[in-house]
Structure formats: C-alpha cells, structure tokens
Ligand binder design. Structure first.
Ligand code: F6R
Length: 240
C-alpha cells in the first residue's frame, strides 16, 4: 500500500493523474475503471488538458464505471452516463463505444447485474479509480456489504442520499436505488487508486487504512489488495 499526501484538492488531482498517465502511456489500450462524484473531477480535468495538448491519447482505451442510478436513462442529466460524457468522454479522443456503465433502464435487473459482473471480469481494470463515501462506501457498496459481493442493486442509505443531494435541485430528486459493482469486482482490478479530499472523509480514511478490515467499512477490503495507492489531501489524511 502506498499513501501520498497532497496539500489540497488540486495537488491530489495532479498526483492522481500522474498514476493514470503512467498506466495509459505504458499501455495505450489499457482498461480504466472510472468513478463519478466530485472527487475525480479534477483528475479528469488533468486528463482532458493533456489530451488536448496532444500529450496522451485515449483512442484505444476502454473504460468501465462503477455504478449507475436505477431508472435513469443515459440522456438524463443526473445519470452517471451523462456525468461521464460531460466531465470526461466528450473532451478526450476516446471512442464512446468502448465506455461502459450499467444500464440504469434495464428491465431485468438480475440479468443486468450478471451481464455487468461478467463484463467487469472480462475487462479486468488495469487501474480502478475510486472515491470514498463519508461512511466508508466504495461505489455504492454501503457498510454491511460482503467483500465477495458482485454487481447488485442497492437501496441507498439516508447518509448517501444526503451526501448526493448537492448534485440535485432537491433531496426528493435523488434516486433511491442504484446498480453497483460489488466489492469483488472492484478488488479484481490490477491496481487501485483511491482519492479522498476533505475533513468529512477523515474518519472513513482512518478506518480504511488503520482499522481492522470489516464489512462495517467497505473500503477496508482494499487492505488485502496487492497494489493500492491512496492519494489524500491533508484534511482527509488528518486522522491517520
Ligand atoms: C461514484 C461512487 C461513489 C463516490 C463516493 C464519493 O461512482 O461510486 O462511491 O466515489 O460517494 O463521492 P464524492 O467524490 O462526491 O465525495
């Protein structure tokens, strides 16, 4: 396990990007596991800038995302597909047909979960980017989720709905269910890059890195992974 401490969000984003840049330049057809949320947006901006400057190309890169809200179409501006298009894919030279997210509108949920887990197995992320919830969740694997879980439908906790409400006009608009990769689909990645910024993540980061691995803190499953890099700003690292 490697832990890098950055002064602030900007430096965290830059250090995180350096990890991705190394993977993409050494393997031009790499598979990137991507996350949504506020945390990776700065890293995505670094990717966009270097791509625009011709330093790095994504034309042979494929991506697979962690999760998607249930019931939202990819054109819905609150869907994670829309988030990924507007925050990354629309601005780099990636072929969008090589970018994968769960289908939020899938009618047969079980079949969609099985399809997505199989896809994740087949692709096997060269590097998986993760944020972390203030309760220690990774993707939408809330406390209590088994470490051997595969893609499943989750009822979002009140805590997560509250955290995500900042992206919506009102809290009632936040979807209450999502498709999420399971913890086993995440730790199957060859390398994990977890980013965290802000004092509200400090307890979760402490439990993740220093706590005994337990389902109470889903991110603590990463302690068993052979190649994990944590890039934390000073506030998120303040309890270590
Ligand atoms: C996003 C995801 C979530 C977020 C986490 C942190 O695809 O799966 O686990 O990484 O909720 O969110 P932010 O970055 O908004 O603090």
């Amino acid at each position: 396990m490697e832990i890098l401490i950055a002064k602030n969000y900007e430096e965290m984003s830059k250090l995180g990007y350096d990890v991705i840049k190394k993977v993409v330049t050494s393997k031009p057809n790499a598979i990137l596991g991507l996350a949504t949320g506020g945390t990776p947006v700065g890293l995505y901006k670094n990717m966009i800038e270097d791509c625009k400057n011709g330093v790095v190309s994504y034309k042979d890169i494929s991506t697979i995302n962690l999760d998607e809200y249930l019931g939202l179409d990819g054109n819905d501006n609150q869907s994670y597909r829309y988030f990924m298009n507007t925050n990354l894919f629309d601005h780099i030279d990636i072929d969008k047909k090589n970018t994968y997210l769960p289908n939020g509108k899938a009618e047969d949920r079980q079949a969609e979960c099985e399809r997505y887990s199989k896809l994740a197995d087949e692709m096997q992320q060269d590097v998986q980017i993760l944020g972390i919830g203030s309760n220690g969740h990774i993707a939408f694997n809330e406390p209590g989720t088994a470490f051997d879980s595969r893609t499943h439908v989750v009822d979002l906790t009140e805590n997560t709905i509250k955290d995500n409400a900042r992206f919506f006009d009102k809290i009632e608009d936040v979807p209450t269910q999502a498709f999420t990769m399971g913890i086993s689909n995440i730790v199957n990645a060859k390398k994990i890059l977890l980013l965290a910024s802000g004092a509200n993540k400090a307890d979760a980061i402490y439990q993740t890195i220093k706590g005994t691995p337990s389902e109470n803190c889903p991110a603590s499953a990463l302690q068993n992974h052979p190649d994990v890099i944590f890039v934390l700003d000073e506030a998120a690292a303040s309890k270590l």
